[in-house]
Structure formats: C-alpha cells, structure tokens
Design a protein around this ligand. Structure first.
Ligand SMILES: NC(=O)C1=CN([C@@H]2O[C@H](COP(=O)(O)OP(=O)(O)OC[C@H]3O[C@@H](n4cnc5c(N)ncnc54)[C@H](O)[C@@H]3O)[C@@H](O)[C@H]2O)C=CC1
Ligand SMILES: O=C(O)C(=O)[C@H](O)COP(=O)(O)O
Length: 379
C-alpha cells in the first residue's frame, strides 16, 4: 500500500509504516502526479483535496489530521466512494489554551480586566464548547452564538446553554471566535463578521480570532480600528488569504500568530492518531499503538504557587508558564520584518517551537481558591 502523508504530521511514519510505504510530502504544493499511484492520502489543512488533485488516482482513503475540513471536497469524496476521516476535537484544548494565554497577555500588558466582563463565544462545537466551559467554570458571564446548535438543542428541549443573537455577541467585552469556514447552508460563515457586525463592537473590546481567516472581514476590522482610535484588543491567529498576511492588519493586532492556536504537541499527535484509528477501522486492521502511547507527556510536570496573586494575574502567570503566546507573536513579527515573503507563514508553522497543553502540568498551592480557578482554566 502506498501512503502519501504531509511531512508536518507528527508520528505519521511511526504509526503508518507497518502498513506500507509512507512518502512524506509538502502538503501545500502537493500535485496530482504525486498522488496518482497512492492508496491513502494523509493531509493537513493546507492541502486542497478535490477532483483536481484526486481524479485518475487510486486513492481509497483520505485522512485529515485537523478539526477544520474546509480544505476537503467531502461531496466529491463521497461521490467517488473514497473514505474520509478528520480528527474532530483533537486540538480543542490547545485552542482553548491559546485563548487564555492571549487574555493573559492582554491582562498583563494592557491591564485588561476580563474576568468580570461579558464574554461572547461564536461557534459551540468542540472548540467553542471547550472555551465556553472554561469561562463558565471561572464564573464568567458568558454567552454563545451558534444558530445551528441552538436549533438542535431547542429540538431536544435542552436549555442549558445561553444562546444569543450575533448582535448580542458583538456587544460583548470579549469575543472569542471559533466558527468554521463555510460557504453554503443556512448560516454560511464566510464574511459573517463584516462592517455591519463590527460597527456594534464597543471601544475596549477584545476579539480573539482562532477559527478560520475569512470569517471576519479584515478590511472592515481595520476601518473599525481607526474609528475606535485603536481602542481594541486583538489576538489574531487566522488570516484572510493565508498563507499571505496583510501587513496593515499585522500592525493593528496585539498578538499575531501563524495559525498555530491548535499546535500543542499533544493536540497534533492526537490528530494523527485519530486518523490512524479511522484508517485501521476502514482497512479492518488491529491498532498497534494506543492513544496513550501516541501522546507525549508534558515537559513541565508541576508548578508550585508560592504567593497569593490577584485572579487575572494568577491565571496569566500560570498560563504563560506553560504557553506564553507572546513568544509566537515575537517570532512572527521578527520574521516578517526580515523576510516578509510568501513562504514565511508556512516556514513559521513548519518550524514551530512545540508547546504542551495546560492539562499536562499539575499545579500545587496552599490556596484552594487558586487551584479551583486554575483547574477551570484547563490545568
Ligand atoms: N486556529 C487553529 O489552529 C484551529 C482552528 N480551528 C477552526 O475552528 C473551527 C471550529 O472547531 P470545532 O469547534 O472543533 O468544530 P466543530 O465542527 O466541532 O464545531 C463548529 C461549530 O460551529 C457552528 N457554526 C457553524 N456555522 C456557524 C455560524 N454561521 N455561526 C455560528 N456558529 C456556526 C456549528 O454549528 C458547530 O457547532 C474549525 O472548523 C476550524 O476551522 C480548529 C482547530 C485549530
Ligand atoms: O485542526 C484544524 O482545523 C487546524 O486549524 C489545525 O490546527 C491546522 O493545522 P495544519 O493542518 O494547517 O497544520
């Protein structure tokens, strides 16, 4: 069996080489010629999988080690009888860690007091729910916009989630965006946050964008920034037109990262393992590696808190001990100052300095209150 796999998929050779020849490729530039004689194609979000790539090949199984599937023409795969599996939820905790690291940065550098503010989450899937649950566990006043889940919950008479309108979310003090990129259906997300929606954003609002570039209209965002005289807090992981990045948008955001919110070591390993599990199921092969064996432990095993800290500072300092988003921001800005070319974005992602998830590290403190808060944030 010939398996073509993206070179940025951790553990792929370890997990798949028992079943055939594994050829590692650059997913962004993958061609029809390269996949022609493959049986299995394993990709990440940078490979467009459609008839253009697969027509005439003998590929029977496509796996994407990602949550998002906007790069896959699932209709075409179904029509052709090609099996497909992604990795739902694999890096949801990583994205939630990113959100709290970003808020921690804003708390420490701009004195943003976010705990007692109104928080709005857009999208209530694996990521949005994880983020929502952490805010709720921290005691925040948090609401959600997800019309699809709202209808689903209503049809089951579930009223446990505070669903609200998009307009109510735009009036929140913190907006955390976790919707997929969709172009069809009743609620397409492409350009969903445009000029009209952004006009409702108050000065002083924090917006975290870690879903997909293209959901927020960046030119409307830049306009809003001028209108609010720069009084916004922006944490930006996904960009309209990736892998290119708009330098004006870069100049207005507080945190700029190259689509790495989901890049924890454990989240990426889990993505590959979930595809491996689906592959084994499809080919009716017994799994040889368990999830436990495929996921690395964290490198910092315990943190001991010696001093009582005010809540936002406690959360920020602890989050940053495991993952300080500022390191990814400064790496991006440094590289864009020197080599702002088309390859920079992908280079930063390929050579990502790995990070662990909050949950891999134990916390110790004599303060029960502090431990409860840290557990709520994901520790
Ligand atoms: N920056 C990064 O590194 C990462 C980004 N992502 C992105 O985050 C997205 C969400 O991830 P999950 O929650 O795991 O996906 P999911 O598929 O579990 O949930 C997506 C949710 O968005 C909702 N949704 C769809 N259209 C909507 C609309 N118009 N308005 C509001 N909500 C809408 C759906 O009903 C669903 O509940 C992914 O599709 C992916 O694009 C995911 C992982 C990492
Ligand atoms: O899982 C997703 O969806 C993501 O956005 C991934 O974190 C993207 O990672 P790559 O597949 O682009 O490496």
């Amino acid at each position: 069996m010939k398996i073509i796999a993206d070179e940025n998929m951790p553990n792929v050779t370890k997990l798949f080489s028992a079943f055939g020849e594994v050829e590692l490729v650059n997913g962004r530039t993958l061609t029809k010629e390269q996949v022609k004689d493959a049986d299995v194609l394993l990709v990440r979000s940078v490979t467009k999988v459609s008839s253009e790539l697969l027509k005439g090949s003998r590929v029977r199984f496509v796996g994407s080690a990602t949550i998002g599937v906007d790069h896959i023409d699932t209709e075409y795969l179904a029509e052709q009888g090609i099996a497909f599996s992604s990795a739902p939820g694999c890096n949801a905790d990583a994205v939630a860690d990113y959100v709290f690291s970003g808020l921690g940065f804003l708390a420490l550098t701009k004195n943003l007091r976010w705990l007692n503010k109104k928080i709005g989450v857009i999208g209530y899937g694996n990521v949005g729910k994880t983020v929502f649950d952490r805010f709720a566990a921290l005691g925040c006043d948090v609401c959600v916009y997800d019309p699809i889940k709202q209808a689903e919950y209503a049809s089951q008479n579930k009223d446990s989630v505070p669903f609200v309108s998009l307009a109510s979310i735009m009036a929140c003090d913190v907006i955390s965006l976790h919707a997929p990129l969709t172009k069809e259906g009743d609620y397409p997300t492409i350009g969903m946050i445009g000029k009209g929606q952004l006009q409702q954003v108050k000065a002083g609002t924090a917006i975290i964008s870690a879903g997909r570039g293209g959901v927020i209209d960046e030119s409307a965002l830049r306009e809003l920034y001028k209108e609010r005289r720069g009084d916004l807090h922006l944490v930006w992981d996904v960009w309209q037109g990736e892998p290119e990045l708009d330098l004006e948008t870069l100049s207005i955001v507080d945190i700029a990262t190259p689509h790495i919110a989901g890049y924890s070591k454990q989240g990426r390993e889990k993505g590959t393992w979930m595809v491996y599990q689906a592959f084994c199921q499809y080919f009716n092969i017994d799994k040889q590696v368990s999830l436990r064996d495929a996921i690395s432990p964290g490198r910092l095993r315990a943190l001991s808190l010696q001093e009582e800290l005010e809540e936002e500072e406690l959360l920020a300092r602890t989050a940053h001990a495991i993952y300080d988003v500022a390191r990814d921001d400064s790496r991006l800005r440094f590289n864009y100052r020197r080599y702002a070319d088309k390859a920079t974005f992908d280079w930063l992602r390929k050579h990502y300095v790995e990070r662990d998830e909050f949950a891999t590290c134990a916390v110790e403190s004599s303060s029960q209150q502090a431990l409860i808060k840290l557990k709520a944030m994901g520790f």
